[in-house]
Design a protein around this ligand. Sequence first.
Ligand code: MG
Length: 354
Amino acid sequence: MSEEYPTMEGPVCPLPHIESDRVVMGHGSGGRMMADLIRSVFRPPLSNPVLEAENDAGVVQPTPPESLAISTDAHVVSPLFFRGGDIGKLAVCGTVNDVAMVGADPKYLTASFILEEGLAISTLQKVVASMQSSAEEAGVQVVAGDTKVVSHGEADGLYISTTGIGIPLTKNEIGGDQAQPGDVVILSGTMGDHGIAVLEARGDLGFETNVESDIAPLNHLVSVMLEASPGIHVLRDPTRGGVATALNEIARQSNVGVLIRESTLPLQPAVQAACEMLGFDPLYIANEGKLLAVVKREDAEKVLMAMRSTRYGEEAAIIGEITHEPRGRLLMETPLGSKRVVDTLSGEMLPRIC
Ligand code: MG
C-alpha cells in the first residue's frame, strides 16, 4: 500500500490559505468566497494562460490557426421550472452567452446530466425540449452529451453541465482587461428579473409578482453590436452577483475605476418593489439575459442604437463610464450627486439561482 501513496520529499509548498476546510454554500456564490476558492484550490494546479485571462470563455489557438472560444458551466437551479424559463433553457443560454461574451459565435454545445433516481421522465422530456428550442433560437447544435444517475436523495431532481464552443467574430480583443478610461458602460436591459422570478417560484417572496426570468440567448445581440462598431472593449453577462459584481471584476481586471449613475439603471417597478420589501439591492441580483458592454465613447450611440433595434436589447441604456480612479473600484453616483463605493458581494445571497 505504501508504494501507492509515496510520501513527499524535499520542500513542500504550504497550501494557500482558505477560510473553511469544507465546501460551504458561499463557495458557489459568484462572490468573494468563490473567487478565494478558485485562487487557492483550482488555479495553482490548473493554471495556464487561457484560464488566467479570466474571461467568460477561454480562447485557444489550435493549429491550423483558427481561434476557438470555449466555456463550461454547471446548472443547479432550484426549482427546475419558474416563470419565463427552466433549467434546460438556462443550461443552453448560460453557456451560449458566456461564449458570446468574448465576441464569439457559439456553434456547438455538449451537455452532461446528473439525474436523481425517481425523477419523472416527463419532467426530463420537458427540460430537453426546452433545451432544443433554446439551441434552435441561438443557432447552436448539441454535439455531445452524457447522463449519470445518482440515488434518490443524492441530488435534487436534475443538474446539467454544458460546454460551448464558438468561433470569434472579430480579431479585436474583447475581454475584462480591455476597459479604458473614457469608455462608456452600457447595460442591455433591466436588472434582477431572473433572481426575483426564481425566488417567487420557490415561494420565498411571500407575495405575488408578475416578474418573468429574462433568460435569453444573447449571441445575436452581440453580433449586431459587433457589426455596428469595432470599438467594443468588454462584454460581460451579469449573472450571479449581478451588475455590481460584474463591474467590480472589470474594474479589477482592467485596473480602472467604474462610475455608474443610479438614476440611469434600468429596473422594472415590480423588481424594485420586491427588492425593497426583501431588503435586496438589485445591483447584486442575477440576470440571465442581459449583458454589460464597455465601448469607446465615440461609438457608444451607434452601439446603443444597434442594441435597441433587437429583441433583447430594446431597453439598453448607458449607465456610466470608465475612469482613471479609484483603480479597481466601482462607484455609484446617487440622484443627489453623492458617490458611494459598491463592493463585490462577499458570500452567498441567493443560492442555486442558476
Ligand atoms: Mg458570464
